[in-house]
Design a protein around this ligand. Structure first.
Ligand code: NAD
Ligand code: DAU
Length: 358
């Protein structure tokens, strides 16, 4: 029994692989292209662990994926690999089309060929789990009910459009070829190993460095936050018991406007590392909050209705936002080397592009 995980050196993939191997001896083959977002240092604790095989490579490399499937004969493929940052998709969409659409298509083709050749019992046990996002549903008004699985697709950014396209391909491979697929739509994740281009880790890292905390527009956009390890437990549960061809929303009923997230992080840092202890010349990290130019086409509100997953599969999140965000801030405080290493030259170039003219 083996899993093939794609994108397992990124934020959620890393957490998934670490959590999986903490609970199971079933090996993981981890295929990751190691883009700027992939980081083997996050998986350092698995060095020398025979249950984890890391393979550098692209999900769109059909020959490589065919050979991995033939050699390791996984009982499931979990597709985390993607270009994932909305702002980058606005600056340069091409990579999003290549990985999220073309890459997923090629992965589906390889998996279809492999699955078609399995013996009957292996064929019926096989699963392809595609990790998607709530962003494919578009944006909600303030009074709208949360997204259910039947909400119509209305993606608004090149990122969400590319994820929507990949979801449609996954669906079509089930409908047309009978490929045993499962799709999850999760809300915004936060937690350890989160690359500091995304809001929460960016705020923590900037605050500790005493530099501006950039808030897009009026800061009243709403996101629905879930601790990453709860997303991972939902994926394990869907893999174990999800109904074939079904889609499952994943979320923790944790809607918050961005400005509240910013205040919460400042307040936690004020408590855990008061500015004076870092020789910073202000009483509260809130002094760093800076309004910047809004994201083009910025979705106003996301909210996930996860009641199908709770009802059918009995999944519930373990963390509240208060417990999860405290753990997250503490993780960043305990891992300054990880942060320093990911803030490479490429990271600095991105920050310059995104925030220079703000
Ligand atoms: P991430 O950007 O941190 O990691 C993506 C990983 O995929 C990286 O390790 C990267 O090297 C790898 N990768 C990129 N292109 C690849 C390719 N062509 N072949 C192989 N590997 C490739 O992203 P994340 O936040 O961990 O998101 C993982 C998945 O979960 C994505 O599919 C994303 O759309 C989805 N998702 C993310 C969130 C969130 O809040 N972060 C929420 C819901 C869904
Ligand atoms: O909803 C799930 C999605 O969540 C995932 O599919 C994406 O992969 C993931 O990146 C995330 O997308 P968001 O665009 O919601 O996340 P981000 O952290 O980039 O931004 C969160 C909110 O904070 C959003 O409203 C934009 C705002 N923001 C972001 C940054 C980076 C700021 O105000 N300032 C910033 O500097």
């Amino acid at each position: 029994m083996t899993l093939l995980v794609t994108g397992g050196a990124g934020f959620i993939g890393t957490n998934f692989v670490l959590d999986w191997l903490a609970q199971s001896d079933e090996p993981v083959i981890n295929l990751d292209k190691l883009t700027y977002a992939g980081n083997l240092e996050s998986l350092a604790s698995l060095q020398g662990d025979a249950r984890h095989v890391f393979v550098p490579g692209d999900i769109g490399d059909s020959a490589l994926v065919n050979s991995l499937l033939a050699s390791y004969r996984p009982r499931a493929v979990l597709n985390f690999a993607a270009e994932s940052h909305v702002d980058r998709s606005i600056h340069s969409p091409e990579d999003f089309i290549q990985t999220n659409i073309v890459g997923t298509f090629r992965l589906l083709e390889a998996v279809r060929a492999y699955w078609s050749g399995l013996a009957a019992d292996e064929k019926s046990a096989f699963r392809l789990l595609h990790v998607s996002t709530d962003e494919v549903y578009g944006s909600l008004g303030a009074a709208d009910p949360a997204f259910t699985e039947t909400h119509r697709y209305q993606p608004n950014s090149p990122y969400s459009a590319s994820k929507a396209a990949s979801d449609h391909l996954v669906r079509a491979y089930h409908h047309t070829y009978g490929l045993p697929v499962l799709t999850t739509h999760c809300s915004n994740n936060y937690g350890p190993y989160h690359f500091p281009e995304k809001l929460i880790p960016l705020l923590i890292v900037n605050a500790l460095a005493g530099i501006a905390l950039p808030v897009y527009g009026d800061g009243m956009q709403v996101r629905d936050w879930l601790y990453v390890k709860d997303h991972c437990s939902a994926i394990r549960r869907v893999l174990q018991a999800g109904r074939l061809g079904e889609t499952y929303n994943v979320g923790g009923w944790n809607e918050k406007p961005n400005i509240e997230i910013v205040h919460t992080i400042c307040d936690l840092l004020d408590e855990l590392v008061p500015p004076a202890t870092r020789n910073l010349p202000f009483a509260s990290y809130r002094a760093l909050i800076t309004s910047v130019k809004d994201r083009p086409g910025h979705d106003r509100r996301y909210a996930i209705d996860a009641s199908k997953l709770e009802r059918e599969l009995g999944w519930t999140p373990a963390e509240t936002f208060d417990t999860g965000i405290r753990k997250t801030v503490q993780w960043y405080l305990a891992n300054p080397e990880w942060v320093a290493h990911v803030q490479s030259g490429a990271y600095r170039a991105w920050v310059q592009t995104q925030y220079a003219a703000a």
